[in-house]
Design a protein around this ligand. Sequence first.
Ligand code: PAN
Ligand code: ZN
Length: 188
Amino acid sequence: METRQPFTGQVSLGSGGLTSGSNLVVRRLSEVRGIFADQAAVEAILVANDPVVYKVWNVPVPEVSGELQHCSTLIMPGRVGPEYFMTKGHYHVRRDTAEVYVCLRGEGRLLMETEDGRRDWQVMKPGTVSYIPPYWSHRTVNVGPEPFVFVSVYPGDAGHDYGSIETGGFAQVVVERAGRPAVKLRTE
Ligand code: PAN
Ligand code: ZN
């Protein structure tokens, strides 16, 4: 048995950065453009610049059963047409793995769906602890005027399956309606 050294990280509420998270992933609009419904609105934004949509600070942990992957995510405030900035969203490769999200800053929505058509969404605000059970895909959306920051913890061998979302999409979308966020079906 290998005994690993304990360690501690600190999340900055300003930058969203996690000091123990040395693997920073930056998702700009040009890279995640396909997740938004209004492609003309994407083009209109990209004419002027390529904004950061979200950043993830991953803590390097062995991707094996028994370990716990964890990271912080910061989603910038912003919209593409009526649709708020959001993550790509994914299933875990190992479908039978769960996840916990803890919100530290801002206001978001956590969208979840199963492959047999069940849907759910939760409000996330500072102090919210959300549980994503096994078999549910998950995507987070920043519905507020400031950065939305949360910490995730999930099994070491969960893995990320983005392809199923790229082909199947999410049924639920979050749009601004009369100044307020509304969760609706993509087909509505
Ligand atoms: C989270 C997400 C993170 C970024 O840590 O990976 O918020 O979202 P995408 O992975 O969809 O780009 C998580 O759910 N990990 O399993
Ligand atoms: Zn996940």
